[in-house]
Design a protein around this ligand. Structure first.
Ligand SMILES: [Zn+2]
Length: 210
C-alpha cells in the first residue's frame, strides 16, 4: 500500500495550550489516539482507521483521525525554549522561505535550479545563518561571486530572516488543509514575509485543494 497516495495528508499535532508542534503521519496519529494521549481535536476528520476486534464486544474498533490533534506531554519549559527557537538551516526550507524566488533577479525556479547564496560571503566573514542566506539562481550567484550585494550592484529583493517556530512548521508542511492553514496562520503575525507572499498570490501552492 502506498501511504502517500492513500494518506496524502498529515495531522498537525499541537499541545493542550494550542501551540503547533509538528506534522505527524496517520500511523503516529493512530498511536496517540490508541494510547489515550489525544486530549482534544480540531478541524475535520481526516481518516478512519480500522483497529483490532474487541475481545468482549466482538466489535472492530475504529479510530477517527482529525486534521489537528492536541496532545499532552509538553512542558512549559518546552514552550519557553520555542520562543528562542532557530530552525535548522537547509536548502529545502530556505527555498520555501523565499518562495523559490531568486532574491536577486526575482524569477521563480525549481529547487534544482536554486542555490544558497551568502549575502555577505563566507570568505568575507559572513555566517552560514538564516539572516545571511537567500535563494539565488545559479546565474545570479555566479555573477555575484565573492562580493557583497553593494559591491556587485545587485539589490536584494527581501531581507533574509530566521523563521519562527510556527513559520517553520508552515514551511515544513505539504498538502496543508484549509483548517490546518487557518490554525497555523493564527500563530503567525500578518506582517510575516511568508504570509505577505502567500497573500500576494491568488492561490498558495502550500494549500491543498481537497
Ligand atoms: Zn537570479
Amino acid at each position: 500500500m502506498n501511504n502517500l497516495i492513500n494518506f496524502p495528508h498529515r495531522t498537525l499535532r499541537i499541545d493542550t495550550t494550542g501551540l503547533p508542534l509538528e506534522w505527524i503521519d496517520f500511523k503516529e496519529a493512530a498511536k496517540l489516539y490508541s494510547v489515550g494521549d489525544v486530549v482534544y481535536t480540531l478541524g475535520d476528520n481526516l481518516y478512519s482507521i480500522r483497529g483490532g476486534i474487541n475481545a468482549k464486544s466482538g466489535l472492530r474498533s475504529q479510530i477517527n483521525i482529525n486534521s489537528i490533534v492536541a496532545t499532552r506531554g509538553r512542558s512549559k519549559h518546552f514552550q519557553q525554549k520555542l520562543s528562542d527557537f532557530t530552525p535548522p538551516l537547509n536548502n529545502q526550507t530556505l527555498f520555501k522561505r523565499d518562495d523559490h524566488l531568486c532574491l536577486y533577479c526575482g524569477s521563480q525556479y525549481s529547487k534544482r535550479e536554486l542555490t544558497r547564496d551568502h549575502v555577505t560571503p563566507i570568505s568575507r566573514g559572513g555566517q552560514d545563518m538564516w539572516q545571511n542566506v537567500v535563494s539565488a539562481c545559479k546565474r545570479c550567484n555566479n555573477i555575484k561571486g565573492g562580493k557583497t550585494p553593494e559591491e556587485a550592484s545587485m539589490a536584494l529583493l527581501a531581507i533574509p530572516f530566521a523563521p519562527s517556530y510556527a513559520e517553520y512548521i508552515l514551511l515544513q508542511g505539504r498538502n496543508i488543509l484549509a483548517d490546518q492553514m487557518s490554525f497555523l496562520l493564527s500563530h503567525i503575525p500578518k506582517s510575516s514575509p511568508i504570509i505577505e507572499r502567500m497573500h500576494s498570490k491568488e492561490a498558495s501552492p502550500l494549500i491543498s485543494k481537497n
